[in-house]
Design a protein around this ligand. Structure first.
Ligand code: SAM
Length: 187
């Protein structure tokens, strides 16, 4: 079977992350991706994870503690649009992952917004490693979701092909706004 957008995003991360890499989970939520990335970077690597909701940090901290992965992460209670303020200088970013939308188990009014998403991507691109990737899994069935998707897609289409490859992945015969994966790779 073909992988879901989320599963494929993990495959694309796994392909390139090496022990010791620095990576970002831009939308921590319940910490599934943070824990997944923390496993991949190993004890010498680091995951910087962002969320604007305090409950997300609490849930993620518990998950990481239980898996003995907390010491290789920095959990940041702030928006990913503040990326530059938190990511260490002179450090290559190997990968960033975004899950766009809302956290199903919490306040559905708290959604990601394209101006923040695009501000974060614009800050990440200059420090993205060669062959590094930015992955975005967009859920857009909620109010405001389609607008965010349109902005992300339009932005991705402006990236110069001499510097970046951008791929989308989506099941196009599914009902109810099937999620779409974007992968931006630096050449
Ligand atoms: N990857 C998560 C997981 O494994 O549970 C799910 C992420 S959920 C679809 C989106 C998350 O983005 C929510 O937890 C929400 O609070 C967060 N969020 C919204 N705006 C944000 C921003 N500007 N910066 C960082 N996180 C944000």
């Amino acid at each position: 079977m073909l992988p879901t957008a989320l599963t494929y995003s993990h495959q694309l991360a796994k392909e390139i992350i090496l022990s010791g890499d620095c990576v970002v989970d831009a939308t921590m939520g319940n910490g599934h991706d943070t824990a997944f990335l923390a496993q991949l970077v190993g004890p010498t690597g680091h995951v910087f994870a962002f969320d604007v909701q305090k409950p997300a940090l609490i849930a993620t901290e518990q998950r990481l503690l239980a898996a003995d992965l907390l010491d290789r992460t920095t959990l940041i209670h702030d928006g990913h649009e503040q990326f530059t303020q938190y990511f260490p200088k002179q450090t290559a970013l190997k990968l960033a992952i975004f899950n766009l939308g809302y956290l199903p188990s919490s306040d559905k009014q708290i959604i990601t917004h394209s101006e923040h998403t695009l501000a974060a991507i614009q800050q990440m691109l200059p420090v993205l490693a060669k062959r590094g990737r930015i992955l975005l899994v967009a859920y857009y069935g909620h109010p405001g979701g389609q607008e965010e998707l349109d902005h992300v897609q339009a932005f991705c289409q402006t990236l110069p092909q001499e510097e970046y490859q951008v791929m989308t992945y989506q099941f196009i015969n599914q009902r109810n706004a099937p999620p779409i994966l974007f992968c931006i790779e630096k050449k």
